[in-house]
Design a protein around this ligand. Structure first.
Ligand SMILES: [Zn+2]
Length: 381
C-alpha cells in the first residue's frame, strides 16, 4: 500500500494495515463504531452484571449437583484465564476442573503462574500434553504454507482438546477468559486471525506439507463445536469476565498480591511461539501488528490513551538481541536450521485462499449469529 493511502483511526490506532477498514466523517474506524453502537450499550459490569453472573452461577451449580465438577476452565497462565478461574471459584462459587494444554511452548512464567494460582485456590489441574512430533509437523506445514495464521496449530490444540475433554466427561459448561475489556477490538482476519477451527484448511495444508500422520492431534471443526456440541450435546461457553469490572492493570496487581502471580510484558506472552510469532514473524514478514488491535481495545475501554499506544507501538516490546535468540530457539525446537527458518521467513506470503477451506460457510454462519444477536464483535463476512 502506498504511503499516500495510509490512514489511521482518530479515536483508536487501527489503520489501513487492515485492508477492509472503513472510516466515518470524523475519521473513526468501524471497530470503534461497532464498540460504541453494539458492545458498550449491552455490556454491564455494575450490579446488573453481578445479578446476571449470579444467575448463571446458580444454574451451573444446580445442573452440576452430584458431579465432581460443574464446569471446566482452560488455563494458560495469562491474565484472562487466571482471573476467570478466580471469578469462577471465589465469586461464582463453582467447582471447576482446571484444564491445561501443553503444546510444547510454555514459558516458565506461565507454568509458575498456573501452579501459584491453583495452590492459592486449592484447585486440581489436568494437563493434556500434545504429541510433540505431530505438533512440530503441523507447525512446519503451516510455516511452509506461508499463510499469516501461524498460531492456528496451537489454538486448534488448545480449544479442540478442551472441548473434547468436556464432552467426554459430560461437563456442560466451559468457562473462558474471553472478554470485551481487552478484546473488544477484534484482530482483523487478514492479520492471521482465521475465524474458528476449519479442519478442511488444516487437512489440506497438512496433506501438502506434512510428513507424518496426525494420529492423536486434537482437531474439532468449527461446525462440530458451534452446532453439534452446542445444540445437540448442550455445551455452553460462559464468559464471566464480561459481567465484572475488568481493568487489566488492576487485575494484574490483584493476582500478584493475592497469588504472587507474575504479569507478562504483553498479551499472549505465555507461549514462547505466540510471543515470537506476534512480536516478530507477523509484523516483520506480513506488516501486521497484533498489538494495534490489543491497544485499540484498551483505548476504547479507557484503559490506555491513544498517545501512550502510539508511543508503545513505535518500538518492539522486547530488545532486538532477545528476538535473535528466540529465532534460534524456535528453529532448534522445530528441528530446522536457522537458515531454513530464515528461508521460510523470506518466502512469498500467501493467504488461506491458496488452500481448500470452508471460509464461505463460516461467513454464512457468522452472519446468522450476528442477525440473531449472538455475536457482537465485528466480523466482516
Ligand atoms: Zn477506531
Amino acid at each position: 500500500m502506498g504511503q499516500e493511502n495510509y490512514r489511521i483511526c482518530s479515536n483508536c490506532i487501527m489503520d489501513t494495515s487492515d485492508p477492509n477498514i472503513v472510516f466515518d466523517d470524523r475519521g473513526w474506524c468501524d471497530y470503534c463504531l461497532n464498540f460504541y453502537k453494539n458492545i458498550l450499550p449491552n455490556w454491564h459490569t455494575d450490579t446488573r452484571g453481578e445479578i446476571e453472573l449470579m444467575k448463571i452461577a446458580d444454574k451451573i451449580k444446580k445442573e452440576g449437583k452430584g458431579k465432581n465438577h460443574d464446569c471446566i476452565i482452560g488455563v494458560s497462565g495469562g491474565t484472562d484465564s487466571s482471573y476467570a478461574t478466580y471469578v469462577a471459584k471465589e465469586i461464582m462459587g463453582l467447582r471447576p476442573l482446571i484444564f491445561h494444554v501443553d503444546a510444547g511452548w510454555n514459558t516458565e512464567q506461565a507454568v509458575g503462574n498456573i501452579e501459584k494460582l491453583l495452590d492459592g485456590l486449592k484447585l486440581d489441574l489436568y494437563t493434556e500434553v500434545i504429541n510433540w512430533q505431530e505438533m512440530k509437523d503441523l507447525h512446519i506445514s503451516f510455516l511452509k504454507s506461508q499463510i499469516a495464521d501461524q498460531d492456528f496449530p496451537q489454538d486448534m490444540a488448545f480449544f479442540s482438546a478442551l472441548y473434547k475433554f468436556a464432552i467426554k466427561h459430560n461437563i456442560k459448561y466451559v468457562i473462558t477468559g474471553a472478554n470485551y475489556s481487552t478484546e473488544c477490538c477484534r484482530e482483523p482476519e487478514e492479520w492471521g486471525a482465521y475465524p474458528g477451527i476449519d479442519t478442511t484448511l488444516v487437512r489440506d495444508i497438512h496433506r501438502r506439507f506434512g510428513k507424518i500422520p496426525l494420529k492423536t492431534f486434537p482437531m474439532v471443526d468449527i461446525f462440530t463445536y458451534k452446532i453439534y456440541y452446542k445444540y445437540f450435546l448442550g455445551m455452553e461457553i460462559v464468559k464471566p469476565l464480561n459481567y465484572v469490572p475488568y481493568i487489566k492493570k488492576d487485575i494484574e496487581k490483584f493476582l500478584e498480591d493475592r497469588f504472587h502471580w507474575e504479569k507478562f510484558v504483553h498479551k499472549h506472552h505465555e507461549s514462547r511461539f505466540t510471543r515470537f510469532f506476534e512480536d516478530y514473524w507477523m509484523p516483520r514478514k506480513f506488516g501486521y501488528e497484533k498489538r494495534r488491535a490489543h491497544f485499540s481495545s484498551l483505548i476504547m475501554t479507557s484503559q490506555m490513551t491513544r498517545d501512550a499506544a502510539l508511543e508503545r507501538i513505535s518500538k518492539p516490546e522486547l530488545d532486538e538481541q532477545f528476538y535473535v535468540q528466540e529465532f534460534e530457539f524456535v528453529a532448534n525446537k522445530l528441528d530446522l536450521s536457522v537458515k531454513e527458518l530464515q528461508r521460510l521467513f523470506e518466502g512469498e506470503n500467501k493467504t488461506y485462499k491458496s488452500y481448500k477451506n470452508k471460509r464461505y460457510l463460516i461467513g454464512l454462519g457468522t452472519r446468522v449469529m450476528n442477525i440473531l444477536g449472538l455475536e457482537k464483535r465485528l466480523f466482516r463476512c
